[in-house]
Design a protein around this ligand. Structure first.
Ligand SMILES: CC(C)(COP(=O)(O)OP(=O)(O)OC[C@H]1O[C@@H](n2cnc3c(N)ncnc32)[C@H](O)[C@@H]1OP(=O)(O)O)[C@@H](O)C(=O)NCCC(=O)NCCS
Length: 171
């Protein structure tokens, strides 16, 4: 555990460091799936995910001023096809019941020291404060470290074939 580890909300000045982590993530994905043609999502991060005021909520892990990991999620309608294509915002008369954990990434040299766990604890606290009924993630069965992190936080696991849905009831 790092004494100087800070978990906090994303700020616009973090953009370049996050994009560097996204490049690292994409290089790792390309290694894991050599047969797949991977189109970079850098432009989506710049123009959508990390643009303030959209539905995405991002937390970062910082050590001595360096961003070494991030976690991104958003309010979920429960209809994945809608969530994937549109930005849906809570309104005074309608509030989504679920908060979806989209992605977590921790830079390789910083792994296995509890950083992902700390990012998840932060987003759980955020979702609880915001009044969501549950928080959930869908994790591929090959992703053992991420399954370990999320299941250790008392999320309930449901087998969906090639992946698990992990759900934590917040109230
Ligand atoms: C998944 C990921 C975010 C975990 O980050 P991390 O900061 O290393 O996670 P933590 O240190 O909090 O916990 C990792 C746990 O997995 C365990 N672990 C690591 N490798 C493992 C493996 N091959 N099999 C089983 N468990 C493993 C660690 O021992 C640790 O558990 P412990 O705390 O009980 O010892 C990181 O590995 C990563 O960025 N991977 C690439 C991107 C990715 O797959 N993201 C998730 C999908 S969206």
């Amino acid at each position: 555990m790092f004494s100087e580890l800070i978990i906090r909300e994303y700020k616009p000045e973090d953009l370049d460091q996050i994009l560097e982590l996204v490049r690292e993530l994409e290089a790792e994905l390309a290694e894991r799936f050599p047969e797949v043609q991977l189109i970079s999502s850098i432009d989506h991060y710049k123009n959508r995910y990390l643009v303030s005021g959209n539905k995405y909520k991002t937390f970062v892990a910082e050590i001595d001023g360096k961003i070494v990991g991030y976690l991104m999620g958003y309010p979920s309608t429960g209809a994945l096809e809608v969530d994937n294509m549109y930005d849906i915002f809570p309104s005074p008369s309608w509030k989504p019941k679920e908060f979806f954990l989209q992605i977590t990434f921790v830079s390789k040299p910083y792994r296995n020291r509890g950083i992902s766990r700390r990012l998840h604890e932060k987003v759980i606290e955020y979702a609880r404060d915001q009044g969501y009924e549950e928080i959930y993630a869908c994790i591929a069965k090959w992703n053992l470290p991420e399954i370990k992190v999320v299941s250790s936080l008392k999320f309930e696991m449901k087998d969906l074939g090639h992946r698990y849905r992990l759900t934590l009831k917040l109230r």
